[in-house]
Design a protein around this ligand. Structure first.
Ligand code: PA5
Length: 470
């Protein structure tokens, strides 16, 4: 293993921030006692096939299918467009931002594959602008429509727009050649459409929910098309699997991470801020937000009691949000746990130029590496928070590469499983998302008595009351 990410947790302890806000030695011991049986439980569940996402880093078949398809398509592909939402998009965006250069899409010399565009919304102006650009490049553009169910209104609508465009410009053969569908192996609307149109297909594995699917074809295809080393990504995840399966609580970063999050939630720190100090890692924070929110925000526990539980994940970016959020983080309510993501060695070093003669007060910055400034600001922000007794974790990346990103993804997926077990909830469902989906279907005119009734209920609750419009 080239290098390993580490979780640093001293700055959540009472030793650093005092016993009122920090974790004492006896509290950590109690967390170890509560968590240790859950480590065995999760390992057993995994062996029994109840958490299929745990096996993805070992699935050579998926990786091979992805590589074969990339081999067929890459040479003639200048643009890759992902149509998907939630778990069918956030991992793709996170991998691309983490592992390809900032100017990847704009500078041909900086890209090792097609330009990548991920559409995870239905904003007409955004998509129309893109279509205006891509319409005369369709024969060099591959559309990867990703939807496990195929009935998600956003993805289905985007696909129906693209389908018509491809039919109009390139005909049925063009439609067939330019679309890759990633969906359930057997069932669902997209599977039916793909079979009918003869699309190339990849699978969303059985039992793997969208937010746990980035290490399947869902995330691997766009990554591999764009030159990301998916073998290293999976190798990193396998390395982390060894560490998060360890039965010793104190050596298991996922069990520790989950237990610390659980401890602070139970003591009123219900907001979990993740703050990367690296532009590359910023979209992993969005990916984490969905993973944490959809998995842990639940009305009922496993016994059916109402609990309305769930830490609120918040994304911040260092140093940008020091100038936006840190005033609140230091002086506002002490209701947050902070997790910094820190990179020890950046791929590129950039030296700050000399100070102008008229501004010698800037001389202290001259000649220093920009990464030194970035990491100094991380330490400075952490210090300022610790002075105010705010708990801080850090995930340390020796460097950002496919292997360490694979480790991070797997660490947080398994941390989420541990946290769900500690909260005693079902980590893998998302019942509350369904009502909004059904309401959208109803408002968009889906046929059926139940939808007509739902429209009336929606209108009566949401119609604009002029008296309250100022
Ligand atoms: O994590 C999840 O399960 C969700 O975010 C889904 O990925 C999202 O709702 C999209 O669903 P689908 O892939 O069925 O279009």
């Amino acid at each position: 293993m080239q290098s390993q990410i580490k979780l640093y947790y001293k700055n959540v302890t009472a030793e650093v921030i005092g016993a009122e806000h920090g974790i004492t030695v006896s509290q950590l011991k109690a967390l170890a006692e509560k968590s240790s049986p859950l480590i065995s439980q999760l390992n057993e569940e995994r062996k029994a096939g109840q958490t299929p996402y745990r096996g993805l880093p070992y699935n050579t078949q998926i990786a091979q299918q992805v590589k074969d398809l990339v081999g067929q398509l890459k040479e003639d592909c200048e643009n890759l467009v992902v149509l998907g939402i939630g778990g069918s998009a956030l991992g793709n965006i996170a991998l691309q931002t983490a592992l390809n250069p900032y100017m990847y899409n704009l500078d041909d010399t900086q890209r090792a594959g097609p330009r990548l565009f991920v559409f995870d919304n239905v904003d007409p102006e955004q998509l129309a602008s893109f279509l205006g650009w891509v319409s005369d490049k369709l024969d060099k553009t591959v559309f990867n429509v990703i939807s496990k169910s195929g009935r998600t209104a956003e993805t289905a609508s985007q696909f129906m727009i693209i389908r018509q465009l491809l039919l109009d410009k390139l005909g049925p053969e063009g439609l067939q050649s330019q679309v890759v569908a990633t969906t359930d192996a057997k069932e669902g609307t997209l599977r039916k459409i793909a079979a009918d149109a003869g699309f190339r297909c990849l699978e969303v594995p059985q039992g793997v929910g969208g937010r746990f699917s980035v290490l399947s074809a869902v995330g691997l295809f766009s990554a591999a098309m764009c030159g990301i080393d998916i073998d290293s990504l999976l190798e990193g995840a396998r390395d982390m699997d060894d560490r998060v399966s360890c039965e010793d609580f104190y050596k298991n970063p996922a069990a520790l991470n989950a237990a610390i999050n659980y401890h602070f939630y139970k003591r009123g720190k219900k907001i979990s801020v993740i703050m990367p100090y690296s532009y590359s890692l910023k979209d992993l924070a969005d990916w984490y937000r969905q993973l944490w929110a959809e998995s842990l925000g639940k009305a009922e526990d496993l016994k059916g009691s109402k609990v309305h539980i769930g830490p609120t994940p918040v994304k911040a970016l260092g140093t940008t949000d020091q100038h936006s959020q840190v005033q609140l983080y230091r002086e506002g309510p002490n209701d947050k746990l902070f997790t910094f993501l820190q990179v020890e060695n950046f791929d590129t070093e950039l030296k700050i130029g000399p100070a102008p003669d008229c501004a010698s007060e800037l001389g202290f910055l001259a000649g220093k590496d920009l990464s030194t400034l970035l990491n100094s600001e991380k330490v400075a922000t952490e210090y300022a928070l610790l002075v105010d007794r705010r708990p801080c974790l850090t995930v340390v990346f020796p460097e950002v590469n496919a292997c360490t990103i694979g480790q991070f993804i797997y660490l947080y997926e398994v941390t989420t499983s541990f946290a769900g077990a500690l909260f005693g909830i079902n980590t893998y469902n998302q019942p509350a998302v369904e009502l909004g989906k059904e309401a959208t279907f109803a408002l968009m005119g889906r046929a059926g008595d139940e939808y007509e009734k739902l429209v009336q209920q929606i209108r009566s609750l949401t119609k604009i009351d002029g008296e309250f419009l100022v």
